[in-house]
Design a protein around this ligand. Structure first.
Ligand SMILES: NC(=O)c1ccc[n+]([C@@H]2O[C@H](COP(=O)([O-])OP(=O)(O)OC[C@H]3O[C@@H](n4cnc5c(N)ncnc54)[C@H](OP(=O)(O)O)[C@@H]3O)[C@@H](O)[C@H]2O)c1
Length: 318
């Protein structure tokens, strides 16, 4: 697979990574047994994916443990990205609170290293800026983790442009991770161009629109009440029914290429620039292989024009 670079860190990764959020049991309903999840990650590595994205709060903790088991014995072939800065405040609802304090980030990094079974995290990302802690203090703590050899490069997640600019003055920011897909394009206006101009890689999360852009979800009744998407405005029945118009156009383009709508959604994200590295998530081997196939789908200028003109979705993303 094509290789792309994590900003100015020089770290090379496959153009498509694997998002490991839901493997450990959080977010999207039923999840695989641990052994099966480990095999899925290993299969991804066998197929040329070299970039894994996880976080301590995924599970919590189980996603990192799965990644740790999967990379055992093949560490040198994998770039591991994880995140700290969130804490689960209510395990029964998986409610999250932010903690970007230096003490928390340093303790969280040590705990992630233990769960992952590695000596250095390739990319350590602040999961969210903490409004109670100046971004400079959080990034300074991450910078000290780099100096201590525990982290190779620093990333941010879901942060606005002024915060990103302030953070960059403390330590080089290799990556910014935020939601970006055919139905979430807010970052295209300012943030992605800034990243392109300043050597920051952009990691689109939910590049398949949390599965919606694959055409698989056509009714809100497909989500159990414990599925995170059941609470999201654009997945509510009325909004979702209107948003199907977006999927239908993606499906039309997919037919022209004998591809799937999910592959078109990923190919569009990849077309945005060679600093863009999507991290689709899946719990299924067949979907994993399909998503990898998107790396070789080339969209025409006519396809891109149609995709760039898709209507805005109905309903906020959160
Ligand atoms: N930084 C953050 O705050 C943040 C937030 C959200 C996500 N993330 C990261 O981004 C990664 C990806 O985001 P995401 O998982 O939320 O959304 P996503 O990748 O857009 O979509 C995942 C959903 O799409 C389904 N899917 C995947 N490939 C498919 C295919 N080929 N055909 C049909 N369905 C398919 C998955 O189904 P199955 O699971 O049933 O296979 C799952 O329901 C996460 O794993 C995580 O690493 C980060």
């Amino acid at each position: 697979m094509e290789q792309r670079t994590l900003g100015t860190s020089g770290i090379q990764v496959s153009a498509i990574g694997l998002g490991c959020m839901s493997l450990g049991g959080w977010a999207y309903g039923a999840f695989p047994e641990t052994d099966e999840a480990v095999r899925l990650v290993q299969h991804a590595l066998d197929q040329g994916i070299t970039f894994l994205d996880t976080a301590d709060v995924y599970g919590p903790f189980t996603s990192e443990e799965i990644v740790g088991r999967a990379i055992k014995g093949r560490r040198e072939h994998v770039v591991v990205a994880t995140k700290g800065g969130f804490v689960v405040t209510d395990p029964s609802t998986h409610a999250l609170g932010k903690d970007g304090s230096p003490a928390h980030l340093k303790a969280a990094c040590d705990a992630s290293l233990r769960r992952l079974g590695i000596e250095t995290i390739d990319l350590y990302q602040l999961h969210r800026p903490d409004p109670q802690v100046p971004i400079e203090e959080s990034v300074q703590a991450l910078s000290e983790l780099v100096a201590a050899g525990k982290v190779r490069a620093i990333g941010l997640s879901e942060c606005d442009l002024p915060t990103l600019v302030r953070a960059s003055k403390v330590h080089p920011i290799a990556t910014l991770q935020s939601e970006l897909s055919l139905w979430t394009r807010d970052v295209l206006a300012e943030i992605l161009p800034w990243c392109q101009a300043h050597g920051v890689a952009f990691l689109p999360f939910a590049p398949l629109g949390r599965g919606f852009l694959t055409g698989r979800y056509r009714s809100a009744s497909q989500f159990d009440s414990n599925d995170f998407r059941s609470g999201l405005p654009r997945f509510k029945q009325e909004a979702l029914a209107q948003n199907l118009g977006i999927v239908e156009q993606v499906e039309e383009i997919a037919r022209r290429h004998n591809a799937t709508p999910g592959q078109v959604a990923l190919a569009w994200v990849l077309s945005l620039g060679d600093n863009v590295i999507p991290i689709p998530g899946t719990k299924h081997l067949s979907y994993l292989e399909e998503n990898i196939g998107a790396a070789s789908l080339v969209l025409t200028s006519e396809d891109l024009a149609q995709l760039n003109n898709l209507p805005s979705p109905v309903g906020a993303r959160y």
